[in-house]
Design a binder for this molecule. Sequence first.
Ligand code: NAD
Ligand code: GLY
Length: 376
Amino acid sequence: MNVLYPQASSPSSTVPINLQDRSYKIAIGGALFDNPLTYSELPGTSSALIVSNTTVAPLYAQRLQTALQGKYPNIHTVTLPDGEEFKTWQTLNLIFDTLLQNGCDRKTVLFALGGGVVGDMTGFAAASYMRGVPFVQVPTTLLAQVDSSVGGKTGINHPLGKNMIGAFYQPLKVVCDLATLQTLPQRELSAGLAEVIKYGPIADLEFMTWIEARIDALMARDPAALAHAVKRSCEIKAWVVGQDEREAGLRAILNFGHTFGHAIEAGLGYGQWLHGEAVGCGMVMAAHLSHRLGRVDAALVQRLTVLIQKAGLPVTGPRLSRADNAGRYLELMRVDKKAEGGEIRFVVIDGPARAAVRSAPDALVREVIDLCCASA
Ligand code: NAD
Ligand code: GLY
């Protein structure tokens, strides 16, 4: 695969994320993750731990280890099982086991090499090991590069709810090496595009128009198209997180489509639908809800549905119960971090490139679910 990305020595792009003493940079480009210069400004300490999984480690862990060798005399690795269903306490413990068995101290730097599952778990391990050690995100999926590696949300799933246990904890740096996206399965690329598309209706309609024009190039992994998609997504996310790091308000808009999406993931069992697939379909549902609440016209709902479909994502929701499908969705959506006093709160499109968090009558939500789900 010969793809000519800008080299690390050329001015690859950097997106700053401004959070006072927790500020950091997102480096975006090609040939970045295995270049020692990428890590030159990080604190030098005696040890580092590379956390990866059984799919990503054979592809990239050795190259990362070689790049870090000059900086860290002791580099340990831990390889986790691969899959959303392993985003659990038991898997998290494998990271703690490795840290303790190797006598890792408070200055040990953790490197998360993989997609959002590895990134979220490594971040949570970093937040809690010895009450906090530094970590670096090296995201290797599109979804992780445009969303999960940025902004410091870390955590694991609970059988009763997704990402229910976790912490806000910022990395020292995010390294988005676009070349790693070339080995990503097509289904995973599509899942990442869901989170790219998300930024359009909530924050930047010009970006949505750009994605519509470049969707075939993105699906074909055109390097320039991917570089722009990652950069613009990171800029929007950095702008939101810079204003509301701990989701007191504004940051919730990044969960557009996620309330329906999390119900799909939990209802089917984690790992059946990919997170991005559930979010893609969830955005269609949330757009219909926005329309029924009178906040957006039908044309935007249609535009978004077509774009999500062109990105190779499902736009029809799965049935989660044979008896009362909408009731099951509602039950699952009540276990959501945005819910208040048992009332579900949805991120809706609230005008052109504007989103808001609102509640909606159950009857209206039921109508949307009936409209958007496969029939019995
Ligand atoms: P993932 O981490 O499961 O990765 C997807 C698959 O791709 C895995 O099988 C992985 O091993 C494989 N893979 C990764 N990089 C590869 C590469 N370069 N080549 C080949 N295969 C590769 O899934 P994801 O979509 O990256 O992340 C989803 C997770 O992120 C969910 O758990 C979700 O809750 C979380 N998330 C977190 C945030 C946040 O703000 N922290 C935001 C969005 C999503
Ligand atoms: N992915 C949602 C957030 O980071 O807030």
